[in-house]
Design a protein around this ligand. Structure first.
Ligand code: SAM
Length: 312
């Protein structure tokens, strides 16, 4: 289905929980995420029903996110249910990688086609600092397990933070030279715990690695490759280069609210709706997509929620 600005909406980001196994300083409050009554969170059946209705409205790609999707009870049932919907061409999942060493194989068997792993540093001490509770070796083991399970074309999401990981840009770029994966540098957004003082434009990557050469392609990332490199480097620039004109996505939070735009506080409740009523609510959400988000390096997001409550 097309929205009011003729954008074709084909991508659903479906959050399955707002809980997370890490507490990244720019995302989750220091005290962690209060556990909600499970009745406040969409059930496995509701999530599959929402995905089905979104597919009826033209969605072709579904990404499971969170919170951390791998801590969600029933995650494999959710994957199986959505993978079985005719019309779902891609089922993707974004994870912090901590539980991947146990779950990579089962996720693949449950029908997940692609994995994005968030990893902001390659240094164990920094990983422990930024995540407050995490161990880098768990993520490395998870990445190995994912490769063994047959996940190809994995993406590593790296949020750029001034004074935290800017000196690691060449190391990440080198990873994308040596391995067939895409390292995607993402600009820190002023949402949740994200602080503008740490903002670093994605252009910094090109300044630090002048050998990178642009690669043709579409989507939200500008893509580059190192000479002779196996993988790609992507720049995702929600702040300095708005990509709203090509936005093809809607988001649904774990408590069943459709967000037409990440940075808008507009939410359309989906819980309790079925069949035609659910499809109509999703169509209303698609129609309500604003032309662009209203946020820059100086302003806060108007999302009204933290990132772990939306799913990125
Ligand atoms: N737990 C999963 C993970 O770690 O990928 C999925 C949810 S997490 C909220 C999704 C993505 O949002 C992660 O890559 C995270 O780094 C990113 N993120 C969170 N807060 C952000 C912010 N303020 N600016 C930019 N990216 C952010």
């Amino acid at each position: 289905m097309r929205d009011r600005y003729a954008r074709s909406i084909t991508y659903l980001r479906l959050s399955v929980t707002d809980l997370c196994s890490l507490r990244c300083r720019y995302c989750v409050p220091a005290e962690g995420v209060p556990k909600r009554d499970h009745r406040d969170i969409s059930s496995v059946e509701e999530l599959v029903e929402i995905a089905q209705a979104a597919v009826d409205c033209g969605v072709r790609k579904v990404r499971l996110t969170g919170g951390e999707p791998l801590v969600r009870r029933g995650i494999l049932d959710i994957c199986r249910g959505i993978a079985a919907i005719p019309g779902v061409e891609e089922l993707c999942l974004t994870t912090n990688g901590v539980a991947l060493s146990q779950l990579a194989g089962p996720l693949r068997e449950a029908g997940v086609n692609r994995l994005n792993v968030s990893l902001d540093t390659l240094r164990p001490d920094r990983f422990a600092y930024i995540t407050r509770v995490g161990r880098l070796e768990d993520v490395f083991r998870g990445l190995e397990a994912a490769a063994e399970a047959g996940f190809a074309g994995m993406k590593l999401n790296v949020v750029l933070m001034k004074g935290f990981n800017d000196d690691e840009i060449p190391g990440f770029v080198d990873l994308a030279r040596r391995y067939p994966l895409e390292v995607r540098f993402i600009e820190l957004m002023p949402i949740g715990q994200g602080r503008t003082a740490q903002f670093l434009p994605a252009q910094t990557v090109l300044n630090a690695c002048p050998a990178l050469r642009p690669v043709e392609g579409s989507g939200v990332a500008r893509r580059y490759r190192s000479p002779g490199g196996q993988g790609l480097v992507g720049l995702i620039e929600p702040m300095s280069h708005r990509f709203c004109g090509s936005c093809d996505r809607i988001r649904v939070t774990a408590d069943g609210k459709l967000k037409p735009c990440l940075h808008s506080d507009q939410e359309i409740p989906l819980r309790g709706l079925h069949g035609e009523a659910l499809r109509r609510a999703i169509q209303t959400g698609i129609t309500a997509k604003p032309e662009r988000h209203h946020m820059d390096e100086t302003g806060r997001s108007e999302a009204g929620r933290n990132m772990h409550q939306i799913g990125g």
